[in-house]
Design a protein around this ligand. Structure first.
Ligand SMILES: O=C(O)CCC(=O)C(=O)O
Ligand SMILES: [Fe+2]
Length: 319
């Protein structure tokens, strides 16, 4: 894991940059800002830019920036992403996250997830406690590749922590730490698995507009394997394929044994390589009193053309 701790002078520099962005763009709208974010991010402190360059060239699986600025008058934690959207809560923090993220990739969104927003809110929502979405709380968010079902899934998931009073852990498993037997890796490298869309992509009518793919779980260079799995939604493509079913169960054992946790502090932003780690979240008791855990999230892709090809439009919003 790579970590960079922001110094006070750098924090001030970032804060000024946020002021400039908000002055220039008036009513904050990430859709308007994101196409310009890379250019503006050239004014971030040089250590931040160099940090992300190294994250990318070394294929760092987990990277954390600590000590990013947080607004002194941060709003109470909203009760769900829809409330956050309605209130426009955490605007300064969205600017910080989109700016830092722009050094690493291009932000994009899913039309059927959080109303197509580019910056998501991850906070507990009444009624969603046991769902498989980021609004969950009392049930853990089980280990997953972000949007494992789609060929356009992100290269990085970026999460910026605004509040985490109970120090709830983000769970992380690095592919590099999995000592899988050759026989098992062999099966997992075959296209015998069905990657189905998760609950966060299911629309109001109860169906998903996402495509489900049949593919391998392990792929890429043998010396540093890439991984694609959602333990709630990946299954054997052929339900009679017992070997494939058992391989998922066996993999789960290795994954749980290799699980690490990162308890994000307010002002920490974590960047998870979505090809090299799977992630989730520990369970917790929501309070719904404005003090709950609250993160901002963006999906980042290295080459926006992959999104243009998937959408058949010059659009950052898929579906
Ligand atoms: O809440 C967390 O720490 C992780 C949530 C998550 O998996 C996500 O937002 O993609
Ligand atoms: Fe996730």
């Amino acid at each position: 894991m790579k970590r960079l701790v922001i110094e006070p002078s750098e924090r001030r520099q970032i804060d000024w940059l946020v002021d400039e962005v908000l002055d220039e763009y008036g009513q904050w709208d990430p859709v308007q800002f994101v196409p310009h974010a890379k250019a503006v991010a050239e004014s971030l402190p040089i250590r931040v830019r160099q940090f992300f360059r190294r994250v990318q060239s070394d294929e760092a699986d987990v990277a954390v920036l600590s000590g990013l600025p947080l607004s002194p008058d941060l709003e109470p934690t909203p009760t769900g992403w829809d409330m956050a959207e309605k209130l426009g809560a955490g605007t300064r923090e969205e600017v910080v996250l989109t700016l830092c993220s722009a050094v690493l990739g291009e932000a994009f969104a899913w039309g059927n997830q959080q109303n197509g927003r580019i910056v998501h809110d991850v906070c507990p929502a009444p009624g969603k406690e046991r769902s498989e979405t980021s609004g969950s709380s009392t049930a853990p968010l089980s280990l997953h590749t972000e949007d494992a079902f789609h060929q356009c899934r992100c290269d990085y998931v970026a999460l910026y922590c605004l509040r985490n009073p109970d120090r709830i852990g983000t769970t992380v498993v690095r592919a590099e730490r999995l000592a899988l037997p050759e026989r098992l890796s062999g099966i997992l490298s075959e296209r015998r698995f069905h990657h189905r869309p998760d609950q966060s992509h299911v629309g109001p009518q109860g169906h998903s507009s996402g495509v489900a793919e049949v593919d391998a779980i392990l792929f890429g260079p043998p010396e540093s394997r890439y991984l694609r799995i959602d333990f709630d939604d990946t299954c054997a493509a052929d339900e009679d394929d017992r070997e494939a079913r058992e391989a998922i169960t066996e993999l789960y054992g290795y994954v749980v044994a290799a699980q690490e946790r990162v308890a994000l502090e307010p002002g920490d932003a974590i960047f998870l390589d979505n090809y090299r780690v799977v992630h989730g979240r520990e369970p917790f008791e929501p309070r719904y009193d404005g003090t709950d855990r609250w993160l901002k999230r963006v999906n980042l892709i290295r080459d926006l053309r992959r999104v243009f090809v998937a959408t058949e439009a010059r659009s950052r919003i898929i579906g």
